[in-house]
Write a protein that binds this ligand. Structure first.
Ligand code: ADP
Ligand code: ADP
Length: 228
C-alpha cells in the first residue's frame, strides 16, 4: 500500500534529507522508523501525506502517486491518513469533543450521527468522560489519546505517529502503545518514528533504520540498535 521508489528529497537550502529511498509497506503492517536526529525520519513520513513532495522518485500511497496529486485533490487524499505528533497539536480553545468533531469530514451527516462517531472514537481511547474538557485540563497522555482519536475519526487506512511518546513518561507511553496496537489489530497500517529503545526492543515490530537520508536496515521484529 506504500511504495517508494528511488526517492530523493533536497530542501531549498540544499540539504539532502532523503537520498535514494526504496521501500514497500503492506496494508496492516506496524513499522518503527528509527535513526539519529536529522537522519530523515520526519521527511520520510511527510512524503506519505504529501506534506513534502520528493525532488525525484515516486511515492505511492494506496495506489495514488502523491507526486501527481493536484493541490485540490490533497485534502481528499489526506482523509485516508491520520497523523499524530509528539506535541499533540490540539486546538487549545476547543473542547475534546470539538477538537475531534472539527476533524470529522461531515458530508450530509445528521448531528446525531456526528455525535455518535465522536463518542465512539473517544470511547476507543477511554476518554468518553472527558468530552467537555479543554486540552489544558488533561494530562499529556490524555491529550495524546485525544490526538489519536482525532486522527482515527475518519477511519484512515494509515496512521503516522511522529514520536508519539516523546513527551510522555514511561507508564503513559505504554498506554499509548497499547492503543496503537489495538488500532493496528483492526487493520490500520501504523508507521511510528521513535527514539524509544525500550519500546522498540519490547514490542517487537518491523524496524526501518535511517542514516543520512538512506535506509540502512530493515528487519522483521528488529531491534532499536542505537545506544540513545
Ligand atoms: P529526523 O526526523 O530524522 O530528525 P528530518 O527529516 O527532520 O530528520 O531532517 C532531515 C534533514 O533535513 C536534516 O538535516 C534537517 O535539518 C533537514 N530539514 C528538515 N526539514 C527541513 C526544511 N523544511 N528545510 C530545510 N532542511 C530541512
Ligand atoms: P507544489 O507542492 O508542487 O508546490 P502545490 O500543490 O502546493 O504544488 O500547488 C500547485 C499549484 O496550486 C501552485 O500553482 C499553487 O500556487 C496553487 N495552489 C496551491 N494551494 C492553493 C490554494 N489553497 N489555493 C489556490 N491555489 C493554490
Amino acid at each position: 500500500m506504500i511504495k517508494m521508489q528511488e526517492v530523493y528529497m533536497t530542501y531549498p537550502n540544499g540539504v539532502v534529507a532523503l537520498n535514494g529511498v526504496n521501500v514497500t509497506i503492506e496494508q496492516g503492517e506496524f513499522v518503527y522508523i528509527v535513526g539519529q536526529s536529522g537522519a530523515g525520519k520526519s521527511t520520510f513520513t511527510k512524503m506519505l501525506f504529501r506534506e513534502e513532495v520528493p525532488t525525484k522518485g515516486s511515492v505511492l500511497v494506496n495506489n495514488t502517486d502523491i507526486t501527481s496529486l493536484k493541490w485540490k485533490e490533497v485534502p481528499y487524499f489526506r482523509r485516508n491518513i491520520g497523523v499524530v505528533y509528539q506535541d499533540f497539536r490540539l486546538l487549545p480553545k476547543l473542547t475534546v469533543y470539538e477538537n475531534i468533531a472539527f476533524a470529522l469530514e461531515v458530508i450530509e451527516e445528521s448531528p446525531k450521527s456526528i455525535r455518535k462517531r465522536v463518542m465512539n472514537v473517544l470511547d476507543q481511547v477511554g476518554l468518553k468522560n472527558k468530552a467537555r474538557f479543554i486540552p489544558d485540563e488533561l494530562s499529556g497522555g490524555e491529550q495524546q489519546r485525544v490526538a489519536i482519536a482525532r486522527a482515527m475519526v475518519n477511519h484512515p487506512s494509515l496512521l503516522i505517529a511522529d514520536e508519539p511518546t516523546g513527551n510522555l513518561d514511561p507508564e503513559t507511553s505504554w498506554e499509548i502503545m497499547r492503543i496503537l496496537e489495538e488500532i493496528n489489530a483492526s487493520g490500520t497500517t501504523i508507521l511510528m518514528a521513535t527514539h524509544s529503545k525500550e519500546i522498540v526492543n519490547t514490542i517487537k515490530k518491523r524496524v526501518i533504520a535511517m542514516e543520512d537520508g538512506m535506509i540502512v536496515r530493515d528487519e522483521h521484529r528488529g531491534e532499536y540498535g542505537y545506544e540513545v
